[in-house]
Design a protein around this ligand. Structure first.
Ligand SMILES: [Ca+2]
Ligand SMILES: [Ca+2]
Length: 128
């Protein structure tokens, strides 16, 4: 028995079918079978923009960017979000692990630094 197409847990979590054996005399035996699809973790996609801007000298608590992501998975822990920052200027900013809100650690000075580079990382949290 083989699948005609790759199984997708999110689209269909089980398949039901009957297997039938017919002997040379025309008699049959059959059994109803339920095939369960096991959920596999799929990677999230970060959907928020690649650029953002904020006026210089804004207070450090100003939210300068909000990270968003979609995840093909529909149940925890495979669909939970935990945001973190990496990249060149990650140390100058903070991200809220649950909301994805990015704030400056100190007020940005345009004359000192015109661009901050960061990369939003998303890692699934461990199963509870
Ligand atoms: Ca999945
Ligand atoms: Ca996932």
């Amino acid at each position: 028995m083989t699948l005609n197409a790759s199984a997708d847990f999110e689209a269909k979590s089980s398949y039901s079918f009957n297997v039938v054996d017919t002997d040379g005399g025309g008699l049959t035996g059959s059994k109803a079978v339920v095939l369960s699809i096991t959920d596999v973790n799929e990677a999230p996609t970060v959907t928020s923009a690649a650029t953002a801007s904020v006026a210089e000298n804004m207070p450090a608590s100003t939210v300068v960017y909000t990270a968003t992501a979609t995840d093909p998975d529909t149940s925890a822990p495979f669909n939970t979000k935990a945001w973190s920052l990496t990249g060149t200027d990650a140390a100058l900013l903070s991200i809220d692990a649950s909301t994805g809100a990015v704030t400056l650690n100190a007020s940005a000075n345009f004359e000192a630094k015109k661009f901050l580079q960061l990369q939003c990382g998303l890692t699934p949290t461990a199963a509870a």
